[in-house]
Design a protein around this ligand. Structure first.
Ligand SMILES: Cc1cc2nc3c(=O)[nH]c(=O)nc-3n(C[C@H](O)[C@H](O)[C@H](O)COP(=O)(O)OP(=O)(O)OC[C@H]3O[C@@H](n4cnc5c(N)ncnc54)[C@H](O)[C@@H]3O)c2cc1C
Length: 416
């Protein structure tokens, strides 16, 4: 395959990472095929944070007007007891957007839609450069010095100059080209689940209410529509591989954890039973020391993440997509070199994105009733004014200080 013409890039996975990469490549005149396993763009997800360098990426990509239109009105976290009484608050303003709630919060599905709208506009401006395929996924990859042969579930076999695996924590691309998931995943001690529920009558608009009970943190977080909230559960349990793909078993686990919590228990469990956007996954850290192999690269959660506990998955995905697109656009005739430079540029952001506030699940989910009571008392103190600088440092101080390199090769770079 000739390398003197712009490369044709295959992106496996049309989530935040894959769509952000596709958008920037298309705007730079590079042909992209995105293969997304789901039959349509996946909606849902709770709100995700944009902070530090990821906010800068969103600005440079010209995404801010779309983000602002869909931005959530989140004012902070309210820690509640079993009667729903607030015993501590972490407001966005008091913590300058550097606490658990960032200055920019947007539902994950809405951010994905912002990217897809921009991708639509870019493909009108440059017809024929983007091919979005839903309900399609890779079954085999074979590369040589000139390109990569990709076999799809539909039976198609095609050759690409580069392949990027942006297919999430359980990446198939990683399995095909780098090795089994066990080589890269570390269990972080629990599971997370979220799904939509009717907003309770006593909810305070804009406040993410959180109740910690032994073995579980139960949250109700505001959504874009005031009538609907997102139930968010973090469960502290041993790993059970049989839970994967078994919704009945997942729901049973949640029921056991929530029963007896005494706070909107029935409403949460009733909503769970009928939720169409029910999401459940184990909390895994992903470390791929070298996320590039010849002409195949990993991006987003597939390459590196600290699970939703880090609050940094989307931020790191956007930054990675920007760095990778920039390197491919800078040397379209040397795609392998571009991937190598991407891997080096990504490394510090990937490391910072894995840091867990408070050290991990133990900070958020008490192991026993005694610890739950103690952490209530501690939280009250830690949220008081003198301790705020300490809390801010816990929420990704490292990533906040990393500067985003200037990338002149990207045609789309916009200040907005
Ligand atoms: C539906 C959904 C809801 C989420 N909600 C939250 C949330 O509330 N909070 C949070 O912190 N994080 C959430 N996440 C994870 C979060 O989106 C990521 O951590 C972050 O945005 C990085 O994105 P990513 O594109 O690397 O991975 P992901 O967002 O996981 O996207 C990967 C994409 O690849 C697709 N895919 C998977 N396997 C294949 C395959 N074999 N072939 C082709 N495509 C494939 C998936 O359908 C998905 O669209 C959610 C992810 C999804 C998919």
């Amino acid at each position: 395959m000739s390398t003197s013409t712009p490369p044709h890039v295959l992106v496996s996975g049309g989530g935040i990472a894959g769509n952000a990469l596709a958008l920037q490549l298309v705007r730079s005149g590079i042909r992209v095929t995105v293969a997304e396993r789901a039959p349509a763009p996946r909606p849902g997800g709770q709100s995700v944070d944009l902070r530090g360098a990821s906010r800068e990426v969103a600005e440079r990509m010209g995404l801010m007007p779309g983000i602002r239109r869909r931005q959530l009105d989140e004012r902070g976290i309210a820690y509640v007891n079993g009667r729903g009484r607030v015993y501590g608050r972490m407001s966005m303003e008091d913590f300058d957007g550097k606490g658990a709630v960032a200055e920019i919060e947007i539902a994950r599905g809405d951010l994905n839609q912002v990217l897809l709208d921009e991708l639509d506009a870019a493909s009108v401006a440059a017809p024929g450069l983007v091919d979005l395929r839903y309900g399609e996924h890779l079954t085999a990859l074979e590369q040589d010095a000139e390109g990569v042969d990709a076999t799809f579930a539909s039976g198609r076999v095609e050759r690409f100059d580069l392949v990027v695996g942006a297919d999430g924590v359980h990446s198939k691309t990683r399995r095909l080209a780098f090795g089994p998931e066990e080589d890269f995943a570390t269990y972080l001690g629990g599971y997370t689940a979220f799904f939509s529920m009717p907003t309770p009558a006593d909810a305070q608009p804009g406040w993410f209410a959180l109740r910690a009970v032994p073995g579980a943190a139960i949250g109700i977080r505001p959504g874009a529509d005031p009538a609907t909230s997102m139930a968010i559960l973090t469960l502290r349990v041993d790993r059970d591989p049989s839970l994967r793909g078994d919704r009945a078993a997942q729901e049973a686990l949640i029921r056991r954890a929530v029963r007896g919590s005494g706070w909107h228990e029935e409403a949460i469990l009733e909503a769970m039973g009928s939720a169409e956007d029910f999401y459940f996954d184990e909390l895994d850290r992903i470390d791929v020391p070298e996320p590039v192999s010849g002409r195949i690269a990993l991006l987003g959660d597939a390459a590196s993440c600290g699970s939703p506990l880090s609050g940094m998955g989307t931020a790191t995905a956007l930054i990675g997509a920007y760095l990778l697109a920039g390197e491919i656009a800078a040397t379209p005739a040397d795609p392998s070199g571009a991937l190598q430079r991407y891997a080096s540029a990504l490394a510090p952001f990937a490391e910072a994105g894995k840091v867990l506030p408070g050290g991990g699940i133990g900070f958020m989910v008490p192991a026993s009733r005694a610890v739950a009571l103690l952490s209530q008392a501690t939280m009250r103190v830690m949220l008081s004014r003198p301790f705020r600088p300490l809390i801010k440092r816990m929420f990704n101080e490292e990533s906040a200080t990393l500067a985003l390199p200037e990338i002149r090769a990207l045609a789309n770079t916009t200040a907005s």
